[in-house]
Design a protein around this ligand. Sequence first.
Ligand code: NAD
Length: 360
Amino acid sequence: MEKNIAVIKGDGIGPEIVEEAMKVLDTVAAKYNHKFNYTQILMGGCSIDAYGVPLGDEALEIAKASDSVLLGSIGGDTSTSPWYKLEPQLRPEAGLLKIRKELGLFANLRPAYLYEELKGACPLKEELTEGGFDMMIMRELTGGLYFGERSTEEENGEMVARDSMSYSETEIRRIAKRGFDIAMKRRKKVTSVDKANVLDTSRLWRKVVEEVAKDYPEVEYEHMLVDNAAMQLVKNPKQFDVILTENMFGDILSDEASMVTGSIGMLSSASLREDKFGMYEPSHGSAPDIAGRNIANPIATILSAAMMLRYSFDMDQEADDIEQAVEKVLKEGYRTTDIMSEGKTLVGTKECGDLIAARI
Ligand code: NAD
């Protein structure tokens, strides 16, 4: 298979970690006789330095014309970098918001997976996580409270602030379908999270999810109130496979879920739309404090590349190979500084990428 991938290395540790992900992708391509054509584009601070804008039109067109986008991370030190003295619409993060919007990426997917080898980093009691956990948070990304009308006005001598939340059936249906599709590639369970005892948007959410569920008879599904979900994530995280939820609930629950895994350098993510197109990036930022020192953990980006193979290219076996190679490297005791512990072997960014590629 031949695929065109737009590559955004970005700022800070971005170039170092994306280089390792491309190394791993090339190893997979050689093994399975695929061809991945990369076109590098600038976004974030590096684009500001080169063109004065965080995302140029040409870069955007290249991303639109590709089969998927692989992104490192963008941005600099927000208190010292000159990029943050610019108008908000010219700062690095404006490039990220623009590309998500222009590419129509409405679904955010964040796995939370506890590696047996890294369970010491998990803040939960061992008896709660025995055997590990493996869940996927599917968060709606372009609707709800964050995109509703808002105002702050004086009324009767005091300030009153309002934010409004709305969801259409179309918005709910398309994310629900993506959630059930993802569940079909996993353990076939969906937990739809809402606040249907209070909110109208949640009651509509529940109704539409039930309609969509009828098309997926193999998938077991349940509804859970968001307050209970927040509790269950720390009480019994093993029960979850795919958590399907709206924008704000997903924002909060995905951070909670990633915290219980204990390691930011390991967490991948994807932003998807209705077709196979997606943008894949680590959940962490550009870590300017450690950039250029060959010490960043490339695993989140390498696992994001694996997600790209699985969800955009339907290359499940190839994605499995990458995930298993990561697991092997951890089992053999290799660690970057962020996940280092006593008795393990410390490796740099490049060496970590080499070790993973060599096990594919
Ligand atoms: P960060 O995630 O970059 O870093 C937080 C801490 O985690 C730092 O100590 C860093 O060294 C460490 N860390 C992060 N990734 C690591 C890795 N792969 N290996 C080892 N250690 C790692 O968050 P921050 O410091 O709040 O933000 C830095 C910049 O990144 C800011 O400009 C911010 O706006 C940007 N940012 C970008 C994205 C993105 O590109 N999607 C996301 C979040 C933050």
